[in-house]
Structure formats: structure tokens, C-alpha cells
Design a protein around this ligand. Structure first.
Ligand code: ZN
Length: 185
């Protein structure tokens, strides 16, 4: 048995990412979300300035709820070099389990305990964390694609930390190579 829920943005934002576990039918329920810039604007202290992501969440109900999450799309984040927004693709799948119980119970890496008095799984922060963990250490425009005005200003003020003349930092190069290697997989 499978049920579909398409969460509407017209719903109170408070409820938008909250799944009432008790109201779920037997079997598997699916939820779809579209995250846009507004999702990130409300998060304090994030580097992410916006994004367009499709999120699919499936919840199989039972004594333990089996939750699978897929997030696909792009986020925008300031480029390491020129600080203009650069798009970073995000593709992440995650699976975890949820039980209702005493809120003080220990949670494992893959097990989340929700207060049995409420019975509500709040996905908002979980989705945000999954996305934030995907941000590569080096996120910058392709060579030559940076904002030229900003680059020349940085150079003029001596703030450009990586001009041709400066000695490259060994550690930085190692990170960059790693990121390039991962990107080519
Ligand atoms: Zn750039």
C-alpha cells in the first residue's frame, strides 16, 4: 500500500516539514518537497544563499518507522575566490529509522527518537544538515569564470590570496586535487 502527500506551501510553514507519524496509514507514505531560496534564507549562520532542490521522502510505518530521503538539485554558495554565487550540484540519499519514545532515550547514528507525546517527525533541520554536509571544501567557479571586477579589486587591494605570484599552499593544492578527483568519478 502506498500513499502520496504533496506538501503545499500554503500550509502554515510551521507544519510544512513536520510529519505526523500517528496519522500515517499502514505501509509506505511518500512526501515531496521543492526547496527554493526561501528554505535557506531562514537558516541562520549558513553559507548557502539559495537553491533549487527536489526532495522525496518515503516513510514506511511500523513500530520502527523506516525513512528514506533523496535530495537532488543545486544550491548556490559564495565562490571561494570571487565571492559571487556559484552553483553546486547536490545529490544525496539517506536512510534512517524513527521510533516514538521518551525524548531522553539515546539516539544512534541512524535512529531518531521522537517524543511519543507529539509523534511528529520534523524534517526541516534534518534536510538542511544533509544538504550542508554535501558542500565540497573547495567550491569555486571554473578557471576564468570568476567575477573579473571582483578579482581585479582583490588583487589591487592585495587581498587576493592566490595570485600567480604567490607561493601556492601545499595543503590547499592537496585539497583541490582531492576535490577534482572526486568530481571526476
Ligand atoms: Zn568565483
Amino acid at each position: 500500500m502506498q500513499s502520496f502527500f504533496v506538501k503545499s506551501k500554503n500550509m502554515e510553514s510551521f507544519d510544512y516539514y513536520r510529519i505526523d507519524l500517528r496519522s500515517l496509514p499502514v505501509g509506505k507514505s511518500e512526501f515531496r518537497y521543492e526547496l527554493d531560496d526561501s528554505f535557506f534564507v531562514s537558516k541562520e549562520g549558513t553559507e548557502i544563499t539559495g537553491g533549487h532542490l527536489d526532495v522525496e521522502v518515503s516513510v514506511r510505518s511500523g513500530e520502527t518507522f523506516d525513512v528514506e530521503v533523496g535530495i537532488h538539485g543545486t544550491i548556490t554558495i559564495p565562490c571561494n575566490r570571487c565571492l559571487d554565487d556559484v552553483e553546486v550540484p547536490i545529490d544525496v540519499e539517506d536512510r534512517f529509522f524513527v521510533r516514538m519514545g521518551e525524548a531522553e532515550l539515546d539516539e544512534g547514528d541512524d535512529l531518531l527518537i521522537v517524543d511519543e507525546k507529539e509523534g511528529v517527525l520534523d524534517l526541516e533541520w534534518h534536510l538542511y544538515e544533509l544538504i550542508a554536509l554535501q558542500i565540497p571544501i573547495v567550491h569555486e567557479h571554473e578557471e576564468g569564470q570568476c567575477n573579473p571586477e571582483m578579482m581585479s579589486q582583490l588583487e589591487r587591494h592585495g587581498a587576493g590570496c592566490r595570485t600567480e605570484k604567490t607561493e601556492p599552499d601545499e595543503r590547499w593544492n592537496a585539497l583541490k586535487k582531492l576535490a577534482e578527483k572526486q568530481g571526476s568519478l
